[in-house]
Design a protein. Structure first.
Length: 84
């Protein structure tokens, strides 16, 4: 059942749906009361997105979509720990 394209579409839709909520909740937890730290961290996040967006299609062509998505999720725990 997990090889079905509809199942894969639903799973990816849930992940994409939950992403902005996780981003907003991490930005709203306080950051130790210092908004400057949050601004610096978000600047680093957006710069990382900008840099990786330029060569992400090449990585997807080499590794494939499944492994690239897995590789992309490995950085999220680091980001969430930095926000906490």
């Amino acid at each position: 059942w997990y090889n079905d394209s509809l199942t894969q579409l639903v799973l990816m839709s849930l992940v994409v749906f939950a992403g902005p909520g996780m981003f907003n909740s991490l930005n709203s937890i306080g950051l130790g009361g210092d908004p400057t730290f949050g601004n610096i961290l978000n600047t680093a996040l957006y710069c990382t997105w900008m840099l990786t967006s330029s060569f992400a299609p090449t990585i997807v062509n080499i590794l494939g979509a499944k492994w690239t998505l897995l590789l992309g999720t490995l950085g999220y725990p680091v980001y969430s720990l930095a926000m906490y």
